[in-house]
Design a protein around this ligand. Structure first.
Ligand code: FES
Length: 65
């Protein structure tokens, strides 16, 4: 599903970037152009990115000292 129509960024693109290690929304914008034009997608893009980051963090292995 397209999240950002201005730059043709999909939810899949956002999840892929999060899985690739993108940690901030600013970095996502730099890599995809998401939400850097009209801004109408901003809240949905941020929510999708936050959810994707949460899933990535949950999949990290636990390390004990
Ligand atoms: S729809 Fe994303 S910047 Fe316009």
């Amino acid at each position: 599903m397209y999240i950002c129509m201005c730059n043709a960024v999909t939810d899949h693109d956002i999840r892929r970037e999060a899985a690739a290690g993108v940690q901030t929304f600013a970095e996502l914008q730099a890599r995809t152009g998401c939400s850097d034009c009209c801004g109408s997608c901003d809240s949905e893009a941020r929510a999708t990115f936050d959810q994707a980051r949460s899933q990535v963090i949950c999949q990290l292995p636990l390390v004990s000292a």
